[in-house]
Ligand binder design. Structure first.
Ligand code: XIL
Length: 623
């Protein structure tokens, strides 16, 4: 190897102005979703049989008349009203009088009298229209759900619907995600939204069993605002990315005597992006034998990872059987680190009985001990992992998981953050919740509660650094302008924002691909966002078997193509160029780490530099 001496190399880093995000008035509120929503529809590449219209389905719903009000019934009133000019003659009119915390607080539902078998192909058809809505968009909303009519409410479909004042015909095709005995399932239209009046009619839910495949059935095209190729947000986002995520990199090549070297070849190779691009991973899969493709892709695609379950209290306490130890998590973090990947910790406290370890339940009647046990867990786990994690999700899903806050008051959250900070002062501490970005734009109780909780923590002097937004999307896709507006809302709280658990549950892979491209672009363009992690990247290891990037057979989905285009190509800087007469090469490069290689006259030298958002020129004196 030729040793290259006598050149000086300098990288000048220039500051750019912060980005400015355009505001627009709020859009309609969106449904919040349970933390583990079932598939909207299962993706399927099965070829159509062409038999739709020729085979008879079994009707499951009993029509709209069969649906009765359920839950917090004082919040809504329902009646049947006549309808003209439609293929049905009456509709259920639901007037929602009071806003709910959860979409399922009030709903109309009917039992499914017939049995349904796992994998059955089902088509729901119904008509909805908004009669009155307080939203500027004039839209009303509901969600069609088919689920087990008792815990764990196992779902086969959750399909959010937003409609205007004209009757909209909606087709929802899906497969039964489990078998339900006769009378075990229920069909639901959710009503737990802001005050609105809507009508629902013409309901049929046909079960075609295994006679048809999903592709045979009609489907309502899902869209989101801002999908169009010429949508104005695109140029604005590209401009912000240019300003925010890149800086000028100036390389000056000089010989030993300080004279510029013209025509030197410069190879600019980005070794690491500053922005966090990540995924949830499974420590056992990384550490186990085999799984080569999983390991290779983890190393290729991501600079950040989070364990899907390895640091959760339930598994660590033995509730999930053997194989879940801090040692496994710790070795998993070592594997990631050896591959240049930083690890987020998820999660110290998920404060509901259903997400806390069984052993804790013994202390339910001994509040002093219970409180101490939770604090001790935070201290022990954060201490055990100290130095291995860049972030800790200290508190998960407070909107829907608050048994401990109900027992001890909100102050108890403050203790968890303080204990985490004391145990691992270098990890950035996060709060994390769902349905903040997903479900469409606007204000929702879930979003209001998150903001209130974050303000509470700030007001109580809680040492924390970041706001986590999960990002599990269903069919109600939030358009870029709405996403930006939501990000602005939380950015005002002065913390960095990370998208912690992105995925999108759509039958239409092409649409999921387009949305993923637009979602990543929008988020990457917002100044408060530090990183995006998806909740698994491969269908072979994904909680909904619908990972963004790879199918089970490792073929790439459209969203995978979008991710690879953006993250591995468009948003990193890799260039080969020649210095000018002044011995200089200047380029705008993405923030992060670089290996810069210069060659001239048979000699070459590689140096590593980090392009930071701010700072003076990096000057290298060579011997
Ligand atoms: C999920 C995991 O993906 C599943 O494997 C596990 O059985 C349950 O938890 N929000 C969160 C994550 O914060 O921890 C959840 O992960 C998904 C929803």
């Amino acid at each position: 190897m030729s040793r290259f001496s006598g050149w000086a190399l300098s990288a000048a880093l220039l500051l750019a102005l912060g980005a400015c995000i355009k505001k627009r008035p709020p859009a309609e509120p969106a449904p919040s979703a349970p933390s583990a929503p079932a598939a909207q529809t299962s993706g399927s590449a099965e070829a159509p049989t062409g038999k739709y219209g020729q085979v008879q389905g079994v009707e499951l719903s009993g029509g709209i008349k069969a649906f009765a009000l359920q839950g917090k019934t004082e919040r809504a009133s329902v009646s049947m009203v006549p309808v003209d000019g439609q293929p049905f003659h009456e509709a259920l009119r639901a007037e929602v009088k009071e806003k709910s915390g959860n979409t399922w607080d009030v709903q109309v539902a009917t039992r499914v009298a017939k049995p349904v078998t796992y994998g059955d192909v089902i088509l729901a058809t119904f008509y909805v229209k908004a009669e009155a809505s307080r939203q500027e968009s004039g839209e009303a909303q509901t969600e069609l759900v088919m689920e087990l009519a008792r815990p764990p409410w196992a779902k086969s479909v959750e399909y959010p619907v937003r409609v205007g004042h004209d009757w909209s015909k909606i087709y929802v095709r899906f497969k039964a995600e489990r078998s339900y005995a006769a009378g075990e399932a229920q069909l639901i239209f959710r009503l737990g939204y802001a005050p609105q009046t809507l009508q629902i009619g013409g309901v049929t839910v046909e079960n075609f069993g295994k006679q048809l495949v999903l592709a045979d059935l009609p489907t309502t095209k899902i869209t989101y605002p801002g999908m169009a190729a010429d949508a104005p947000w695109r140029k604005a986002a590209a401009d912000r990315i240019e300003q925010l995520r890149k800086r000028e990199l100036a390389i000056v090549v000089q010989d030993k005597a300080g004279r510029p070297v013209a025509g030197a070849e410069v190879v600019v190779h980005q070794t690491r992006q500053a922005f966090g691009f990540g995924s949830a991973v499974v420590a056992q899969t990384l550490l186990g034998k085999g799984n080569e493709r999983y390991k290779e892709l983890t190393a290729e695609l991501f600079n950040t990872a989070v364990f899907e379950n390895n640091l959760k209290w339930q598994p660590l306490d033995g509730d999930w059987g053997s194989g879940w130890t801090v040692d496994v998590a710790s070795k998993g973090a070592d594997w990631l680190s050896a591959h240049g990947i930083q690890t987020r910790g998820h999660v110290l406290v998920w404060p509901s009985w259903r997400n806390l370890p069984r052993s804790l339940k013994r202390l339910e009647k001994e509040p002093v001990k219970l409180r101490a046990a939770v604090n001790a867990h935070v201290t022990e786990l954060a201490t055990a992992m100290r130095g291995k994690l860049v972030h800790w999700d200290v508190l998960n899903e407070p909107f829907d998981n608050h048994d401990l806050m109900d027992l001890f008051g909100d102050d108890v959250m403050v203790e968890w953050f303080k204990a985490a900070r004391a145990a691992d002062p270098n990890a950035k501490l996060f709060i994390n919740d769902y349905a903040i970005l997903s479900g469409g734009g606007g204000d929702t109780p879930h979003r209001d509660h998150y903001e209130k909780t974050i303000k509470f923590l700030i007001d109580h002097g809680v040492p924390f650094d970041g706001i986590g937004m999960q990002g599990h999307f269903g069919a109600a896709l939030t358009g870029p302008e709405d996403l930006l507006q939501l990000l602005d809302r939380y950015a005002k709280l002065g913390k960095q924002i990370w998208i912690t658990e992105y995925d999108v549950e759509l039958e239409d892979e092409a649409l999921a691909g387009q949305f993923t491209r637009d979602f990543y672009t929008t988020l990457f363009s917002h100044p408060a966002v530090g990183g995006i992690l998806m909740w698994g990247f491969w269908d072979g290891a994904h909680w909904r078997r619908n990972a963004p990037l790879y199918r089970k057979d490792w073929s790439l989905k459209p969203a995978g193509e979008a991710y690879r285009d953006l993250v591995l190509k468009a948003w990193r800087t890799d260039e080969v160029a020649k210095t000018d007469a002044a011995g200089t090469y200047k380029t705008r490069a993405f923030l992060g780490k670089y290996a810069l290689k210069v060659s001239s006259g048979g000699q070459s030298k590689t140096i590593e530099v980090e392009l930071l958002p701010a700072g003076g020129p990096v000057v290298l004196k060579l011997d």
